[in-house]
Design a protein. Structure first.
Length: 651
């Protein structure tokens, strides 16, 4: 430590020498009353070149200050403000130290007393030298690292994203901006492989619908897709689809034979009528069984049961429903093959049901358990087998559902090149429990029809998808790509998906989905899945050890989440994180398949579009409310009367 003490003594001497040079300068260039007494000494010093000119003297003092401060090892200051403690003192010090020269020019000839301008020169020189010394000395107190400068680890978690718009025949391209390398860049969120399925996750108000769902509707409409839009808050999405349908039809972007249809069980004035149980859809008994299982599971919200008695009663209920569907599809070649007749039939007494169903030989295998219990008088067993089905189906037997399902106004195969259409499936938060099961029957029949080859590309867009049950959704996602069916599903959190489909099925769905986009999410299950999906990257971690005489900076490289859960849970509205599926050959066009960006939509253009939205046309005009009620009641009674007429033939 002897060397350290010597250096400290040298530093102290240099600090003192700074102010000695300032004092010598003052004595040489300012006339004091006692200057005559030390004139011989001053005359000799004036012969030194650096004191031959006041500017040389100032520069020499400044040089001594710099040399002194270079060797300074001050204690590091974490709260050092470079502006206030280095830049400002240095600027003002320069101005005062070198600007003090101006006051020497006020000296008048023959002046002998110490005047005000001399005093100003002395004060400014001393204060200026002190400020310069202090400012340069503070430089060594500054910590030369990124310590506490990137508190939220933004630099490590930012990455290059696609700047170019990569548009294909089926792509959805959303303008955005992203932060990388300490600045914002304009880019594009390119979803080029829509047929591999898209998840859009986000809490209410996160911007998932405005940024992504609406973009799917607009852009797929402009590219000639047949569209199926599930509108949970009718008519929010319906108006967007209707506006773009009309606009693109006028522009020739979609064929002229496209139609626009709505299914709505709450406001039936806007609704077309449709029959998802048409005779041609129920070709064999397996079709009836699959339809029955899809309808029953939509009523149960995908509950797979827990085995044992639960599965037994479920199977019994499905078999009875399947038998009823199949019977009506075969009666007079499907004359009454629709849901209202099935519901009215299942509302009959047990003995009536079984006598009618037993008359169909092909149904023996399905109804044999009921037949055994019926013939043995096991009423309790029959009640157990049928009660759950009757209770669930009783909610569906309304005047509105009977009206919508007792006609057939359009082709449910919306992608058929001979008769294509847009279909809006409407729901209402007030009646969603009933409407969801009815809508599920439509969407499950529709997906079977459009998921075939030789059709127009189809875009199925479902916001708030946990309120609509898809039968065998995992299978649909797996096969949709080869049949050009794009599926975009919006949801708030993954637990909603698990509640609707069960954990096992939900896990399968999340593992095969191709594109995943997310706004702000809060559920731990969602956050954990997302951060693991995006994966880890190498990040540089910096450690700083501060001592009085030195600062040690340790740099190390480690793998960490590129988009951690904490970032996803605090995303602002309109900010998205995501991962998209790439096609062959696209790897060269994208620096990465991941995104962490803020959507940059043209808000003025969207507002102008919203101002041009038109009200959806009413399909049926029922006149007054009384006329509407009478017509619905008449239709409701007609169906029950037709069922009674058929039953009379067997009982």
């Amino acid at each position: 430590m002897e060397e350290s003490k010597e250096l400290q003594k040298l530093y102290g001497f240099m600090q003192a020498f700074i102010y000695i040079t300032v004092c010598i300068e003052i004595l040489l260039f300012v006339h004091f009353p006692f200057s005559e007494q030390i004139m011989p000494l001053l005359s000799k010093m004036a012969k030194i070149p650096i004191y031959s000119n006041i500017l040389y003297s100032k520069l020499f003092t400044f040089f001594i200050i710099m040399v002194t401060c270079i060797g300074t090892r001050s204690k590091k200051d974490l709260e050092l403000d470079p502006t206030k403690q280095i830049i400002f003192p240095l600027i003002f010090g320069f101005i005062m130290f070198f600007g003090s020269i101006c006051f020497l020019f006020f000296k008048e000839k023959g002046e002998t007393n110490l005047e005000w301008h001399n005093i100003a020169y002395i004060i400014l020189s001393i204060i200026g030298a002190t400020l310069i010394n202090s400012a340069l000395d503070n430089i060594s107190k500054r910590i030369k690292s990124n310590f506490m400068k990137d508190r939220f680890n933004i630099e490590n978690e930012s990455f290059e994203q696609s700047k170019d718009k990569v548009e294909t025949e089926y792509s959805v391209n959303i303008p955005m901006k992203f932060f990388y390398n300490r600045k914002w860049h304009n880019g594009w969120l390119n979803i080029c492989n829509c047929f591999r399925g898209t998840f859009v996750i986000g809490t209410p108000g996160s911007g998932k619908s405005f940024s992504v769902i609406n973009s799917f509707i607009r852009q797929h409409s402009a590219k000639g897709f047949a569209e199926v839009v599930y509108d949970f808050k009718f008519p929010e999405l319906a108006k967007i689809a209707y506006y773009n349908y009309q606009k693109n039809k006028q522009l020739g972007k979609i064929p002229s034979n496209f139609k626009f249809n709505v299914i709505n069980f709450s406001d039936i004035e806007y609704s077309r009528r449709i029959n998802p149980l048409k005779r041609e859809y129920i070709e064999i008994l397996a079709d009836a069984t699959e339809t029955a299982e899809a309808l029953y599971e939509s009523l149960q919200k995908g509950d797979k049961g827990s085995g044992g008695n639960s599965d037994f009663f479920k199977t019994s209920a499905v078999n009875l429903l399947a038998a009823s569907i199949y019977f009506w599809s075969r009666y007079e070649n499907g004359k009454y093959s629709d849901l209202p007749h099935v519901l009215a039939f299942l509302n009959q007494e047990y003995d009536v049901l079984f006598k009618v169903l037993f008359s169909e030989p092909e149904l023996k295998s399905l109804v044999s358990p009921f037949e055994a219990a019926y013939k043995s008088g096991a009423v309790d067993q029959l009640e157990g087998q049928m009660a759950s089905l009757k209770v669930q189906l009783s909610r569906l037997a309304t005047k509105e559902s009977f009206w919508v399902f007792s006609g057939n106004d359009f082709n449910l195969k919306v992608s058929d090149k001979k008769d294509p259409s847009y279909l809006i499936i409407a729901n209402n938060p007030k009646t969603q429990s009933m409407n969801s099961a009815l809508n599920a029957l439509i969407i499950n029949r529709l997906t079977r029809l459009v998921n075939t080859k030789g059709n127009y590309p189809t875009s199925i867009i479902v916001d708030e998808c946990p309120t609509l049950y898809f039968y065998q959704l995992a299978t649909l996602l797996s096969t949709a790509r080869s049949n050009k069916v794009s599926i975009c599903l919006g949801l708030q959190e993954l637990p909603q998906l698990e509640e609707q489909y069960g954990k096992a099925t939900a896990k399968t769905i999340t593992s095969i989905i191709g594109n995943t986009l997310s706004g702000q999410a809060k559920a731990p299950e969602t956050l954990d899945w997302l951060q693991k999906l995006f994966g880890k990257v190498k990040q540089v971690k910096e450690g700083v050890t501060i001592r009085r005489n030195e600062t040690t900076i340790n740099m190390n490289e480690q793998m960490d989440f590129v988009i951690p859960a904490s970032k996803i849970s605090s995303l602002q509205a309109g900010t998205l994180v995501g991962q998209v599926a790439l096609d062959f050959g696209q790897e060269d066009n994208f620096p990465t398949a991941m995104y962490h960006c803020k959507t940059n939509l043209d808000l003025k253009k969207i507002k102008k579009e919203e101002e041009a939205y038109k009200e959806l046309p009413k399909v049926y005009n029922f006149g007054t409310a009384d006329n509407r009620e009478k017509l619905l009641q008449k239709n409701f009674k007609r169906i029950y009367d037709e069922v009674e007429t058929v039953i009379e033939q067997y009982v």
